[in-house]
Design a protein around this ligand. Structure first.
Ligand code: WTA
Length: 664
């Protein structure tokens, strides 16, 4: 943790205190109907956390019951050890014996407008077929399989096929670059990559396969690539012996593939996410505990019912796409609407148009999307009949009260409860959120920890904060869907999450989230954002160190410091302060070099990581011990006057140059 939660952030978030109670008609039909009912669940969980989660685990289908519900070897957890379970079985097979067999599991809409519906039965068949394809390519239980795809049903099929045979999937967001893919495949020692020719995005067909080819030229472990054909007219190159067409391989196998009976702690997936060093972390999730919490939270937070049509706009490449497009909803037998493209193509009303046409009942999206809808104007939403909606959700970053109110008024027609859900790639599933039929909501707070989740706001010394005192968000008891480690790096796992609030004679260590927060007088948690060097740009999680190391890999750059500044639309924007090498080409116009550097970052990581501003400076402000003064840079980047103690600055003139640097 490098900065402490600032009190001005607190006061700016306190101005909105309107309380929205769940509409009585919603509560009447909800899984959890009142605050009293929720409180009693919470009390029950607090008296026996493990027992509470065991009860939730019993809602899943187990091949064999667990022997030990919870084991803790500080800070390594095991949940439901000895139990045998399969994720794909829980998402598919368990519905086949009921009327849900013919229920739509996925309704997919391509960006150009095609529609496909897969029932639980047909999805099961295709998953089994594809699992057989993987087997035919020598993919075994315990192998890691990379998935680099867009939002097509085959991405879900690929994930479920992996979990069916006990292969561990490693999904890489399709917007990441070849370099990012290469690093993730190497780090996880993937043996196979599943991809597609390309995706439709903003009206264009954007190729994906060339990035795979480029990445794999520097990956030795990957032996096979399966390519889903999205566009028969696209010309792509296939490497003989390594690359296989999805449709050809599936045509050659049958649809019988029993689900492997896997240990509860069998690795279900690795998902890389940004941290405070240059190297992304492989967040390692296992099966039984993850599924338990993903299924339970989907049911109670989205109040999922059999007649719902649930639309989660997250990409499969992020944790939300894992837990709340794929596993959570399918375990609940939900019908999921999956959409391939961008929200504003061909027009800013694409989402509203889809909601009207499909009669979506639940929408789960990100504050950054809501802010851009807000900017485009409510007229786009008002053109459509959105009356089918009954519940709205948000995730990924703090939602500003203005955006919350707009979402509530224009999308929710002032009647839909909003669930502001706080969680992380590491937590695997939702941790802090309203229960829509029970919890009164206030715009801007994710409200209360779920029953069985001991989230709290504490001081640096681990003691609980007073009401409205800014502090650090921690979790005081391990939970079922928590990460088990950082893949291949237990040390980093311990250091990042378990070192700030270590074990004491009184309590086990606290998990540190990296977020600053406060609890108000009602115990509601207000997230104030990251206190480490992780930034949320448009709901995408980025490490400033990662962007810095991308910048310094450019031949002209000597040193770089990347900080965030607030941005109305994106939440945060990235500002890069760059010092050039003395031998850098100074004949190039500065604007051109800035563009070159931004594109270089896009090439190294992906377009989402492009700095919004690049500012050149002769030197970076540093403390006497040589640490870059990031607080200072953040203030300069935000355009605030420099305040505070700067006496440890090495070179005061640096400051002056930075402030006056041409930054058009
Ligand atoms: C932030 C996304 C405020 C937070 C599921 C967290 C939020 C990081 C919220 C994790 C929320 C997520 N309110 N902030 N409702 N949800 N965050 O791993 O800073 O991509 O630590 O997981 O997003 O981002 P990640």
């Amino acid at each position: 943790m490098s900065t402490s939660p600032a009190s001005d952030q607190i006061s700016s978030m306190m101005h909105e205190t309107r309380v929205f109670s769940p509409p009585p008609e919603f509560s009447a039909g909800a899984h959890v109907k009142s605050l009293a009912e929720l409180q009693s669940l919470r009390t029950q969980a607090e008296s026996n956390i493990v027992g509470f989660w065991e009860d939730r685990a019993r809602d899943l289908s187990w091949f064999k019951q667990w022997d030990t519900a919870f084991q803790w070897k500080n800070p390594f957890a095991k949940w439901f050890a000895g139990g045998k379970i399969n994720a794909s079985y829980n998402c598919l097979d368990r519905h086949l014996g009921s009327w849900r067999r013919n229920k739509a599991a996925l309704i997919w809409e391509g960006e150009p407008g095609e529609l496909r519906t897969l029932t639980y039965q047909t999805l099961h068949y295709q998953v089994c077929q594809f699992a057989n394809v993987l087997k035919s390519l020598n993919v075994h239980k315990g192998d890691v399989v990379g998935i680099y795809m867009g939002m097509v049903p085959e991405a879900v099929i690929a994930m479920l096929a992996c979990s069916r045979i006990g292969a561990t999937h490693n999904v890489v967001f399709g917007g990441f670059s070849a370099e990012a893919l290469r690093d993730r495949m190497n780090d996880s020692k993937a043996v196979c990559v599943i991809t597609q020719d390309g995706v439709y995005r903003r009206g264009a067909f954007v190729p994906l396969k060339p990035a795979v080819d480029q990445a794999l030229s520097q990956v030795e472990t990957v032996k096979h690539v399966v390519v889903f054909q999205r566009n028969p007219d696209a010309e792509i190159s296939m490497t003989i012996g390594r690359d296989h067409w999805w449709h050809q391989r599936t045509a050659a196998v049958d649809g019988n593939c029993p689900a492997e009976e896997l240990d509860s702690e069998h690795p279900l997936f690795i998902l890389y996410t940004s941290g405070s060093t240059g190297k992304p972390k492989g967040i390692y999730h296992t099966t039984g505990g993850y599924l338990t919490q993903a299924a339970y939270t989907t049911k109670v937070v989205f109040d999922m019912r059999d007649d719902d049509l649930y639309f989660c706009s997250a990409d499969i490449g992020w944790i939300t796409g894992h837990s709340y497009v794929t596993y959570g909803p399918l375990m609940n037998g939900t019908t999921v609407l999956m959409y391939e493209g961008v929200p504003n193509y061909p027009a800013p009303d694409r989402f509203w148009d889809m909601i009207e046409r499909h009669r979506v009942t639940i929408l789960y999206t990100a504050p950054t999307a809501i802010r851009s809808f807000m900017k485009a104007g409510e007229s786009h939403a008002l053109k459509h009949d959105l009356s089918s909606l009954r519940l709205l959700g948000t995730v990924g970053e703090p939602i500003n009260p203005e955006a919350w109110i707009w979402y509530h008024t224009y999308i929710g027609n002032s009647k839909c409860p909003i669930v502001d859900t706080w969680w992380q790639t590491e937590t695997g599933a939702i941790m802090v959120s309203p229960f829509p039929g029970a919890t009164p909501t206030k715009p801007g707070t994710a409200t209360l920890p779920l029953p069985g989740i001991m989230a709290d706001v504490v001081r640096k010394d681990g003691t609980p904060c007073e009401a409205n005192e800014g502090g650090y968000l921690v979790v005081k008891h391990p939970w079922p869907s928590m990460l088990r480690t950082v893949f291949g790096d237990d040390e980093r796992y311990i250091k990042t999450y378990w070192s700030d609030f270590p074990e004491t004679p009184e309590h086990i260590g606290y998990y540190f989230t990296g977020d600053g927060a406060r609890k108000d007088e009602d115990g509601f948690i207000w997230i104030m954002g990251r206190v480490d060097d992780v930034v949320n740009v448009s709901g995408h999680r980025l490490g400033t160190a990662e962007v810095e190391s991308a910048l310094v890999s450019h031949p002209s750059v000597a040193e770089a410091a990347v900080v965030a500044r607030p941005d109305e639309l994106k939440g945060s924007a990235l500002v890069a302060f760059v010092t050039l090498k003395t031998n850098a080409d100074t004949t190039m116009p500065m604007n051109e070099l800035k563009e070159q550097l931004r594109n270089h970052v896009a090439k190294e990581i992906g377009a989402i990581a492009k700095p919004d501003d690049v500012r050149f400076t002769e030197a970076l402000p540093k403390t006497r011990s040589g640490k870059i003064m990031r607080r200072l840079l953040r203030e300069i980047a935000s355009g605030n006057a420099v305040t505070g103690d700067t006496t440890t600055l090495e070179d005061f003139s640096v400051l002056e140059n930075l402030r006056t640097a041409d930054d058009e």
